[in-house]
Every structure is written in structure tokens, then in C-alpha cells.
Ligand binder design. Sequence first.
Ligand SMILES: [Zn+2]
Length: 48
Amino acid sequence: MAEEATFKCLRCGHEFKMPFDPKGPLVERACPKCQSNSVRRMKEEQKK
Ligand SMILES: [Zn+2]
């Protein structure tokens, strides 16, 4: 089951959500705003 993870672009600071499969292969992600691939995954919101 794919979950959503929040990513942040280190270049322009844009934050966006993408489907993220922890068991899937590593996928290169690019910022939808500036197309930079300097994207870091942010920590998920804590589940209550
Ligand atoms: Zn960006």
C-alpha cells in the first residue's frame, strides 16, 4: 500500500506531497516547481 510522504525541495523550499512506497524501488524525485532533484523527504505527521 502506497502512502503519501511530504517532500521539500532544498533549492526553492517548495513543499509537496507525493505517493511514497517504502517497499518500492528508489525513485528519483524532482521538484514540481523548479525541477530540481535536490528533494528531501520530510518527516511524516505523527499519527495519533
Ligand atoms: Zn524546487
